[in-house]
Ligand binder design. Sequence first.
Ligand code: KG4
Ligand code: ZN
Length: 351
Amino acid sequence: MFRQILSVETSCDDTSVAIVNAEGFVLAQCSASQDLQHAPFGGVVPEVASRNHTIALLPLIEETLKKANLSMNDLDGFTVTNRPGLIGSLIVGVMTVKALSQAYNKPFIGVNHLEGHLLAPFLKDNEYAPPADFNYPYIALAVSGGHSSLYWVEAFNKYTIIGTTKDDAAGEAFDKFAKMLGLPFPGGVNVDRLSKGGDRKKYDFPRGLLHEKNLMMSFSGLKSAAHRLLTKMSDDEKKAETPHLCASFQEAVVETLVGKMTLAAALFKTKKIVITGGVSANSRLREMASEMTAKGYQIVIPPIRYCTDNAGMIGYAGILHLNAGESSPLDQGPASSSYEADFTVRLREQI
Ligand code: KG4
Ligand code: ZN
């Protein structure tokens, strides 16, 4: 029985370490964002990301142990995101955890990053606990800079991809739109901030695939429409219109996400929905989610520290696998894609 383990997440540009127990309680979590390092390039630069992981990871492991007031001897094993992600970033976490596993003679397991996002609603700590009656099965909307997908989460290790974007991820759309407006990276949070007080209906941006009765999404048409509109505007006009442009763009993204997750809930005859990933920080998405709560849905959005890339969620996924009797062989490497066995894929393209 694994009681508590140390977990490492380095799949993209956040370095994160946590100690998590078998109930999903996060004893400590320490993360380092690399936003400042990537901002001058307007996006994540893989080489810069892996180099920064090598600098940040070991001090974060020490800090996490200290914060939890534990030593390596108090841990029963290790877990690490080994797929999917940027290969150079994944290597740093995987190699470090393998070395720890060997040095301390304790098992480790490599887990899928997206499984972490799907299980994040169960995480708890001294400040947060999910609703007492929350449990499987549920619909999960995972939306970030790298992914926008809908899942049917029936139980631990029983995940079906039921819908996904055909092109850009929702966070990517926010970031590209922000870049067009000259806003700093990462753009989503700035679009959200600047949309306050803006007229959501002033610009009629396309809602890709929203009215098709399936669970597929598309954000590239929206991006092109925004590009066409902005190239016709002068810099002064763009500046003056920024709140309306941001509010209207955000409305198009959020309406699409909410429309598809509502359809998914109807198809799977559930009222339970989890929203996870960096875009779940969006204030308009949260506002629409609370309107749905008033209509009888149970919508669980983990706190931001467990929504953006974090080691807490990886720790919970890892300890569940270890307690199910699994562990990784020493020759398991990082992989840029998910394994075929990770998810059942049943895309609801035609309903
Ligand atoms: O999960 P995350 O931290 O990293 C991955 O991409 O895996 O998500 C980051 C994404 C970025 O695209 C960022 O712009 C977006 O989440 N984001 C937001 C907001 N906060 C972060 N998008 C819209 N509104 C926000 N408030
Ligand atoms: Zn992620």
